[in-house]
Design a protein around this ligand. Structure first.
Ligand SMILES: O=C[C@H](O)[C@H](O)[C@H](O)COP(=O)(O)O
Length: 234
């Protein structure tokens, strides 16, 4: 994920990642997202650290923690930093206008949402293919659930109108999150009221968190073939 890449879209995502990393100022506490786009941002922050920028990070996954540590980025926790200045992360879908999100195809949604909720500003970096008119158009909504009773939790998610699939890895083994939980990928199709759906999912016993992120985004930096665009919530 580091270094130069000849894929033009990766180069565009790298520019979006660098633009977001440029928002980090001396002394900040920063939430470090997860995924291929966030990894480019962590690389950019590693370069800024090597140039002398002082900041600390809270990672949203073990993967991002490992990458940040390798780059010499100082990692802290919520004990010393209960509030963050900025969090930067990728997304699987971004709804035009509202800037509501679906996240979690990489399985990091719980820590990502905790970090986003603790940040004064939450900046999202995506390529233009992630923009949709309605969330759910392409991506399922990942829902993190406790292993105990997941079948019952899945049935209740189905009653909300979803087709529910227990996430497995390529080798067929269960996908287990950094927190030791399971992911149910819930296909709803285009979602008319994401905020109401996020609330309904959150009320089901056994659900830990959903990948619907509504009313959280401060800004989205979109990498497109015509360059970068910055979107601010309407
Ligand atoms: O759990 C994973 C995260 O929500 C990612 O931020 C999301 O899946 C986007 O990842 P990528 O930048 O690799 O498309």
């Amino acid at each position: 994920m580091s270094g130069q890449n000849s894929d033009p879209m990766v180069e565009l995502k790298r520019r979006a990642a660098e633009e977001a990393a440029a928002m980090v100022q001396d002394g900040m506490a920063v939430g470090l997202g997860t995924g291929s786009t966030a990894a480019l941002m962590i690389d950019a922050l590693g370069r800024r650290r090597a140039e002398g920028l002082r900041f600390v990070g809270i990672p949203t996954s073990e993967r991002s923690a490992e990458q940040a540590r390798a780059l010499g980025i100082t990692l802290v926790d919520f004990g010393s930093h209960p509030q963050l200045d900025l969090a930067i992360d990728g997304a699987d879908e971004v709804e035009r206008g509202s800037l509501d999100l679906i996240k979690g195809l990489g399985g990091a949604l719980l820590r990502e949402k905790i970090v986003a909720a603790a940040a004064r500003r939450f900046v999202v970096i995506v390529d233009e293919g992630k923009l949709v008119d309605h969330l759910g158009s392409r991506s399922p909504v990942p829902v993190e659930v406790t292993p105990f009773g997941w079948e019952s939790t899945a049935r209740q998610l189905g009653e909300l109108g979803a087709r529910v699939a227990l996430r497995t890895k390529r080798d067929g083994e269960l996908f287990v999150t950094d927190g030791g939980n399971l992911i149910l990928d819930c296909t709803f199709g285009p979602i008319a009221h994401p905020k109401a759906l996020e609330a309904s999912i959150g009320q089901i016993v056994g659900v830990i968190e959903s990948g619907l992120f509504t009313s959280r985004t401060s800004e989205v930096i979109v990498a497109g073939r015509d360059g970068l665009t910055r979107l601010v919530a309407a």
